[in-house]
Design a binder for this molecule. Structure first.
Ligand code: GDP
Ligand code: IMO
Ligand code: MG
Length: 432
């Protein structure tokens, strides 16, 4: 990783393989920062055949001496955090000071998860309800409290008096919602308070000022990698609203959620699959409901890393990718899962949309406008070889190189890293 401070962003609807690319780049990075989202993420890293799925911890955790930071923009579920830390090898006692959680990150409380599930269920029964297909991890309801200024922050878990005050207010308010709106039993303050204090005792050693940690790392010339969760098209502002998550997944989110000024970033890396997938509801212009979609799912093992749901599969969408290039300012693309495209009779790439009979190459960034678009495809030949052992660009079959060349030409962005398999070593480095 030659660039000093880099942001790594999902270019599609999440699950692009961000975890494995972070793991590949963390080889040379000093610091890895998660800056938004929460345990809705599922970032898979496979090392020596062993699979690790990170929901909250940065994907740099597998290297023994990287500083890993959870920034203020994250919503952190302490139950998930504790189980992930306890599951780490080497044992959590050995983590020492190499894991820092921002004092200002918000706590996902059990009632956030409950409200997330209840509101999705309620929408299913409503005549005008738009079901989003959330992960049920309490993400939306926690960010609601953050922006409503009633949220509980990580630092509060270690301050019994402040915690008590904030929790009493929240329990009172949430009980109104639970009992009066949803007709379910309310929360027990004492139980929740005791549990929260126990989380605080576990977390105390990790709580710090993440913005100072990142600032001093950058000032001392360390290599810092910001690890995005979800993807551009799930961003709360720029995604296919309302079928999005509740955080800023795009590169701009690094500045607020990671507390670093925009001027200090050297490069933005876009991670894109060689095709597209989506989990949950919402528009997906290049979705393939036929045999090709099924083949992508089976060859790509496209089942959610967090919920196990089958992912919807379809072709690479250059219109959407160019939108992601523009919103994030990608300087380079990491293209994953190229191996999955081996052996197709034909590869399709969407190069434009037809909207009301008119051809457009612009991405309408609203779910309602996207609903009516028809993708316009170009066809490419596939290759029959197993490419999973290729380690240089030149070893790839010419049709695979041409496919990548077309992506570079259509986006104006070089493809600097290529994934040819899920393992750490299944990576072709070109510009990193
Ligand atoms: P993330 O959320 O963006 O980190 O991605 P996920 O981990 O949710 O999903 C990506 C899936 O694809 C995981 O199962 C990875 O192990 C797998 N994967 C990543 N890169 C490649 C690749 O280049 N080839 C293959 N075959 N699988 C990959
Ligand atoms: P990673 O980081 C794919 C989707 C959910 C749902 C919508 C809102 O692994 O790429 P939420 O629980 O966030 O309120 O759900 O966003 N979603 C993801 N899809 N990968 C993810 O994370 C996702 N995180 C959320 O399926 O459609
Ligand atoms: Mg994932």
């Amino acid at each position: 990783m030659k660039n000093g401070v880099q942001a790594l962003i999902g270019a599609q609807w999440g699950d692009e393989g961000k975890g494995r690319v972070v793991d590949a780049l963390a080889r040379d990075a000093d610091v890895v920062v998660r800056y938004q989202g929460g345990a809705n993420a599922g970032h898979t890293v496979i090392v020596e055949g062993k699979k690790h799925v990170f929901h909250l911890l940065p994907s740099g955790m597998l290297y023994p001496d990287r500083l890993c930071v959870i920034g203020n923009g994250v919503v952190l579920d302490p139950e998930q955090f504790i189980s992930e830390v306890n599951g780490l090898e080497p044992a959590p006692e050995k983590i020492g000071t190499r894991l820092v959680v921002s004092n200002n990150a918000h706590v996902v409380m059990p009632y956030h998860k409950q409200l997330d599930v209840l509101s999705e269920q309620a929408r299913k029964t409503m005549r005008h309800g738009a079901v989003i297909g959330t992960t049920g991890r309490g993400i939306g309801s926690c960010y609601v409290d953050k922006y409503n200024r009633v949220g509980i922050r990580i630092e509060d878990l270690a301050s019994p008096k402040i915690l008590e005050e904030k929790l009493r207010m929240n329990v009172e308010e949430k009980n109104l919602i639970l009992e009066k709106l949803y007709g379910v039993p309310g929360l027990n303050f004492d139980e929740l308070y005791e549990t929260s204090l126990s989380w605080g005792r576990f977390m105390e050693r990790y709580i710090g000022d993440s913005s100072c940690e990142i600032d001093s790392a950058v000032k001392s010339g360390k290599k810092v990698l910001f690890e995005g969760a979800q993807g551009t098209l799930l961003d709360v502002d720029h995604g296919t609203y309302p079928f999005v998550t509740s955080s800023s997944c795009v590169s701009g989110g690094c500045c607020t959620g990671g507390a670093l000024s925009p001027g200090r970033f050297d490069r933005v890396i876009g991670v894109a699959k060689a095709y597209c997938t989506r989990v949950g509801e919402g528009p997906f212009p290049t979705e393939d409901h036929g045999a090709s979609g099924e083949r992508l799912r089976e060859r790509g093992a496209e089942y959610g890393a967090t919920t196990g749901r089958p992912r919807r599969c379809g072709w690479l969408d250059i219109v959407a990718l160019n939108y992601a290039v523009r919103i994030n300012g990608f300087g380079v693309i990491a293209l994953t899962k190229l191996d999955v495209l081996s052996g197709f009779d034909e590869l399709k790439v969407c190069t434009g949309y037809e909207i009301d009979g008119l051809r457009s190459v612009g991405f309408p960034n609203s779910a309602y406008a996207l609903d009516g678009v028809a993708p316009v495809y170009e066809s490419f030949p596939s290759w029959w070889e197993d490419i999973s052992k290729c380690r240089t660009f030149d070893e790839l079959p010419v049709t695979a190189r041409d496919y990548i060349g077309f992506i570079e030409k259509s986006t104006g962005v070089p493809v600097g890293l290529i994934g040819v398999g899920p393992g750490r070593e299944d990576t072709i480095f070109r510009d990193f």
